[in-house]
Design a protein around this ligand. Structure first.
Ligand SMILES: [Zn+2]
Length: 336
């Protein structure tokens, strides 16, 4: 089985994102939002059959761990109330996709975060998505300000209410920022990778893994700059007398394979232990074109893994086994 642990509903029906614009406009005008739009099952089917399901079939993958569009989370827009209503609408839509295509999609929640608002307010949505919808994880935005970094680092106790819930429900968090509203940081070109790198560095310098030994985080986009600079982080851990970096983070931090060329995947697999790598493509996502050097889509990451000089057993870990281990509830959902 090939499990893609990182996919977003980037093809959602037009009226869904349309309502979001209306909601934010109403908020700016000090008015209540309009009622949520009607979205039929057929409309949802159409967006998936011609979108993510088609790509799954073309590329030979089986199951996508599926969450709302990441750049669309927009935690910097509106306030805690608008974030709550928007997260609820987005997660409900993901639940409908997973219910219509239970063989192909398993849900992960976005959280109703807002800059400088305690993440404690995310708890009801986590409970609802895990208990009510059967979701297997959450996306945690380390920078709800959208590129201005106004909240404490992930090692701060500020975030602990979410960590307590993650451990209670046995769900991991993918560290995933949303859109950048800071023009110096392009959303997918730098803000995403900055978020991955900063999140890793914040966690390695914290007591989070001592306080929550069972907690699990996925750093997406191949870990941002981390695998490439593994020597720097090893050295920083050593200088700070934190012990070996591998002992410090590898029980709790995992990296996905959203790296869009073979040399990058080779580096990831060489530097990071196979047990800490989860297959992912983030299709249909940030990079949608065809690489003229290969003739294949940049984000067709399965092709790169297929070419790595690893044993079949190691590839099976990357494609399936590690996802089942990191997403503690996943096997139960698949069996059902
Ligand atoms: Zn993503």
């Amino acid at each position: 089985m090939i499990i893609d642990c990182h996919g977003h509903y980037t093809t959602s029906p037009r009226q869904h994102e349309g309502w979001r614009n209306e909601q934010i406009e109403a908020h700016k005008a000090g008015k209540p939002p309009p009622p949520r739009p009607m979205i039929t099952d057929d409309e949802i089917r159409e967006t998936i059959v011609g979108g993510q399901l088609k790509v799954q079939r073309e590329r030979g993958t089986d199951l996508t761990i599926f969450s709302p569009r990441a750049a669309g989370m927009g935690h910097h827009l509106g306030d805690a109330t608008t974030s709550e209503a928007w997260a609820s609408a987005c997660n409900e839509l993901i639940h409908r996709v997973c219910s219509l295509f239970p063989q192909n999609f398993v849900g992960v929640a976005m959280l109703p975060q807002s800059a400088r608002v305690s993440p404690r307010n995310c708890i009801p949505e986590i409970d609802r998505c895990v208990g009510g919808y059967g979701f297997v994880g959450v996306n945690l935005n380390p920078d709800p300000s959208g590129g201005h970094w106004q909240d404490p680092p992930l090692g701060d106790r500020y975030w602990y209410p979410v960590y307590e819930k993650m451990v209670e429900h046995d769900i991991p968090a993918m560290i995933h920022v949303s859109a950048s509203c800071n023009p110096t940081h392009h959303t997918t070109g730098s803000h995403y990778l900055n978020g991955d790198t900063a999140g890793f560095n914040q966690l390695m310098n914290s007591s989070v893994f001592k306080d929550f030994p069972a907690i699990k985080f996925i750093i997406p986009h191949g870990g941002g700059a981390v695998p490439y600079h593994w020597g720097r982080y090893r050295g920083l851990a050593q200088d700070a007398k934190l012990g070996l970096l591998s002992d410090l983070v590898l029980n709790n931090i995992f990296f996905d394979t959203c790296v869009y060329h073979l040399p990058g995947q080779e580096l990831l697999a060489k530097v990071i232990p196979v047990d800490n790598i989860l297959f992912a493509s983030e299709m249909i996502g940030a990079v949608r074109g065809v690489d003229p050097e290969t003739g294949h889509h940049y984000d067709d990451t399965k092709r790169y893994i297929d070419q790595l000089p690893l044993s079949a057993a190691d590839k099976a870990k990357i494609f399936e086994g590690n996802a089942r281990r990191v997403y503690g509830r996943l096997s139960r959902v698949i069996d059902k």
